[in-house]
Design a protein around this ligand. Structure first.
Ligand SMILES: Cc1cc2nc3c(=O)[nH]c(=O)nc-3n(C[C@H](O)[C@H](O)[C@H](O)COP(=O)(O)OP(=O)(O)OC[C@H]3O[C@@H](n4cnc5c(N)ncnc54)[C@H](O)[C@@H]3O)c2cc1C
Length: 442
């Protein structure tokens, strides 16, 4: 009797936080036979990657973009019964502006991304011959070194020898979009890892995958339904304040909160863990939603275009947005015709590494929309500024481990792992923590 009731308690786990890492952990644990209780402080699941209501419209808490190399994320979305290929718009990696100027991979989809990178670089006529040669030889050196470097090297260190033109039009936008930090503040090691996955893990791995639906519909909603069907208990709108009493009720606890809340909860269990977590720095991302009401406006010619941003450079920022997404284009074939109509004419502007206030960003982005896209009749729906959008993946950074005490485990995009602050990082962390937890129970 005693051993069977102990067995039951061991199988019961509590997951605190239902962002993508908590949902990933809950799905993995359920698949592996554990009884999961999932508790989320907000009324909706999805954490930083969820839908929000703004001006009566359903929009995203932040415009997100995935890449083909996000294998764990794409598999997870499929595993709850969705078809990621129908929910995501696939676009060749392209950093082109409205005039079609900028870097892009070139060549048939069947060619490897590294071959398409080589052709794209050779055909980049806005770079000098020397620029192209230096970039190709640098990339070859990274590849020969198996995309590894010393932990204390920054992306800036790795790019020594590249011209300002290549850095400003290629490396900086890549760094800001994947890491949300400028090249001098970004870990060279993690940058090379992402680059390796994007260039060397098969055809399509470097493609941009842009949601054609709200973030809730991309995964959290279907995941919730799947978990409930499998017997998982989900409590929404419940904030856990401390872990004391809970440790006796569950075989293990997985803290899947953002770093600030995780550090607060784990303080009483392992103050050293919390100290490491509190040392992480964070950067902002702003998403500005604007509706274009110009007569005759038919949308952008691509769902994602690059803008001429000065964010990430030293000095005053006048043009904070790096990318603009055309939600009208992305949602036009959405099976929910109301959603398709509601998104008509809506552009979302992403200002990574934003250092301005909400209203400064809105005004500056309006100016960019007018100057760079030539639009005039614009209605601002709002700017969502996430102050702690991403942890700063600095060179030599020590990230917290996924074990805080015998019974308390942790997952999240910031926990030790191969990826920066991304959906893939969150999903991988959720899966890894469950694997380690199960091994420890054995
Ligand atoms: C604006 C923005 C744009 C982004 N763009 C991209 C992108 O383009 N591509 C990409 O890959 N990634 C992007 N990211 C990063 C990505 O969203 C995150 O890496 C990922 O969502 C983190 O998931 P998580 O589960 O680790 O944390 P979170 O999403 O922060 O989830 C933590 C959850 O824990 C809950 N919680 C906290 N405390 C408690 C408590 N005490 N009790 C109960 N629940 C609690 C929170 O409410 C939250 O739901 C972006 C992020 C932002 C903010």
């Amino acid at each position: 009797m005693e051993s069977s009731s102990l067995g039951k308690i061991l199988k019961k786990i509590l997951i605190i936080g239902a962002g993508w890492s908590g949902l990933s952990a809950a799905t993995e644990a359920t698949k592996r036979g554990l009884q999961v209780t999932l508790v989320e402080a907000k009324k909706e699941l999805g954490g930083r990657a969820r839908s929000v209501t703004l001006n009566g419209l359903t929009l995203d808490n932040g415009q997100h973009i995935l890449i083909g190399a996000y294998r764990a994320t794409l598999d997870l979305i499929s595993s709850v019964g969705l078809q990621p290929e129908s929910l995501l718009f696939r676009q060749t990696l392209s950093l082109k502006n409205k005039e079609d100027i900028g870097f892009s991979l070139v060549g048939s989809q069947w060619l490897s991304p590294s071959m398409r990178f080589l052709i794209g670089t050779l055909k980049s006529t806005n770079w000098t011959l020397k620029d192209r040669y230096t970039l190709i030889s640098l990339a070859a050196t990274w590849s020969l070194n198996h995309f590894t470097c010393e932990a204390n090297k920054s992306v800036q260190d790795l790019c020594e020898g590249l011209s300002d033109q290549v850095i400003d039009s290629f490396i900086t936008p890549l760094c800001l979009s994947a890491f949300n930090s400028p090249i001098g503040m970004t870990s060279g090691q993690v940058f090379l890892r992402v680059l390796q996955d994007a260039l060397l893990s098969g055809s399509g791995s470097s493609d941009f995958l842009i949601p054609r639906c709200d973030l809730d519909a991309l995964f959290p909603q279907a995941c919730e339904k799947w978990l409930v069907q499998q017997g998982c208990i989900i409590k929404k709108g419940v904030r856990i304040e401390n872990l004391q009493d809970l440790q006796a009720q569950f075989g293990a606890i997985i803290v899947a909160c953002d770093p600030t809340n995780a550090a607060r909860l784990i303080d009483g269990v392992n103050p050293k863990w919390s100290e490491v977590t509190r040392q992480l720095e964070h950067t902002q991302i702003a998403t500005t939603y604007i509706r274009c009401k110009d007569t005759g406006y038919k949308g952008l010619h691509k769902p994602l275009l690059m803008l001429a941003s000065d964010a990430g450079n030293s000095g005053q920022v006048n043009s904070p947005a790096q990318f603009v997404f055309d939600r009208g284009y992305l949602f036009k074939d959405n099976p929910d015709s109301l959603q398709a109509r509601a998104n008509q004419g809506i552009l979302s502007f992403v200002s990574s590494y934003a250092t301005l206030t909400n209203s400064q960003i809105t005004l500056a982005v309006l100016d960019q929309a007018r100057k760079e896209l030539g639009l005039s009749d614009l209605e601002v729906l709002g700017t969502i500024l996430e102050r702690r959008a991403a942890f700063c993946c600095k060179p030599g950074l020590t990230r917290p481990a996924n074990l805080a005490s015998e019974k308390v485990w942790v997952c999240g995009d910031y926990v030790k792992g191969p990826y920066p602050s991304t959906l893939e990082g969150a999903v991988l962390s959720g899966q890894e923590v469950v694997g380690n937890l199960i091994n420890s129970l054995r």
